[in-house]
Design a protein around this ligand. Structure first.
Ligand code: HEC
Ligand code: CU
Length: 351
């Protein structure tokens, strides 16, 4: 008995509509050459390259499965379906065959996905590191990131530099609540948990500037808790380290010198370190209350990378941190006018 092929205009219209929808969704990709700051599909380290390869593999398997399932579905619906009144054919034997098939085939698929995934997890998460590995301690704060280099003593905030082609061990702790360290191009994502040290081990392969973001809801300014990773050539990295270790030039005249005096007299130093002026102990495991400002002027952004480091933005920040960043843990100290300008001149001079 031959089956009538039941295709009518209404079905053609539905399928064409779905195809168009799919094509328009695909059209949402950014134009070639541009990419988003938190793009997970542009791997720039050996670690993210492996994530990417697994992603492609799983996607290919998914597409094949989807095509087969949709083909069977369409055939069942349009060709092999029975209409009211038509006799149905039924056989135990085919049912047992089908049941076995849809248990065994998904099992094979799950195993095909699990093997490379588990292998990658084991291989990319060492418990010991070679002496050549650079350790960077990440201390998460509501709502900014502190970075420390135990081998050199450099301390910085929201902008971390790492050398290219060298293994990096990000050792992460939280000072307050659970955060998540997410830098899609370089190292994926890992929770930063109070009372526990978590690690991301990676080797970046392309110099450049990469964005990161806290991805575990951690309070008012969770979305304002960003950071940047600079992958440097070894020479750039050494020069940067040397510069960070040097003491900032202390201004002796002009507005900046006035600002230095205001900084020392105001309560800023309770929370902030400027080496040579105020010294909080760098041994403090869970970090400082506020970012280290020793070389603040050389950073490109302010307060969790939410705005560019310009004198205007800095004045807005110091005048009223909470207005710029809801919930910010820096108090409003009522500075304005000449004092504020002097303070801004001083902080920007800390190159
Ligand atoms: C009670 C602690 C505290 C005091 C006092 C304080 N700050 Fe802050 N400050 C912070 C914290 C916390 C942050 C980080 C806020 C954030 O990004 O969420 C911060 C951020 C900053 C930043 C941005 C740093 C960066 O790298 O992005 C500057 C600049 C700054 N403070 C300057 C000052 C000045 C100037 C004073 C004194 C007038 C002062 N702070 C007083 C806690 C404090
Ligand atoms: Cu957070």
């Amino acid at each position: 008995m031959t089956m009538p092929f039941r295709l009518n205009r209404c079905r053609i219209a539905t399928w064409s509509g779905l195809t168009l929808l799919l094509l328009s969704v695909v059209g949402c990709a950014p134009p070639p050459g541009t990419h988003y700051r938190l793009d997970t599909l542009s791997p720039r380290s050996a670690l993210t390259q492996r994530f990417y390869d697994i992603f492609v593999e799983v996607t290919v398997i998914d597409i094949i499965v989807l095509i087969i399932v949709v083909a069977i579905f369409v055939l069942a619906l349009m060709v092999f379906s029975t209409r009211t009144g038509e006799p149905t054919e039924f056989s135990w034997r085919t049912d047992v065959f089908l049941e076995t098939a849809w248990i065994v085939i998904p099992m094979i698929l799950v195993i095909a996905i699990a093997i490379p995934t588990v292998k990658t997890i084991i291989e990319t998460q060492p418990y010991t590191w070679s002496p050549d590995t650079l350790e960077v301690r990440v201390i998460a704060h509501q709502w900014w990131w502190e970075f420390r280099y135990p081998s050199t003593g450099v301390v910085t905030a929201d902008e971390v530099h790492i050398p290219v082609n060298r293994q990096i061990n990000f050792a992460m702790v939280s000072r307050d609540v659970i955060h998540s360290f997410f830098m899609p191009a370089l190292g994926g994502k890992r929770d930063v948990v109070p009372g526990q040290e978590n690690h991301i081990t990676l080797t970046a392969n392309t110099p450049g500037e990469y964005w990161g973001q806290c991805t575990e809801f951690c309070g008012d300014s969770h979305a304002n808790m960003r950071f940047r990773v600079f992958v440097d050539t070894p020479e750039q990295f050494d020069a940067w380290t040397k510069h960070q270790l040097s003491a900032p030039v202390h201004p002796t005249e002009g507005l900046a010198a006035e600002g230095a005096k205001i900084f020392a007299d105001a309560p800023c130093a309770v929370c902030h370190t400027v080496r040579g002026i105020s010294g909080l102990s760098p041994q403090y495991t869970y970090g400082f209350r506020g970012p280290d400002l020793t070389h603040f002027g050389s950073r490109g952004t302010i307060a969790g990378a939410i705005m560019d480091n310009t004198p205007e933005n800095l004045a807005l920040w110091i005048h009223n941190p909470d207005a710029v960043k809801p919930g910010a843990n820096m108090p409003t100290l009522g500075l304005s006018g000449h004092d504020l300008n002097a303070l801004v001149a001083y902080l920007e001079s800390l190159k």
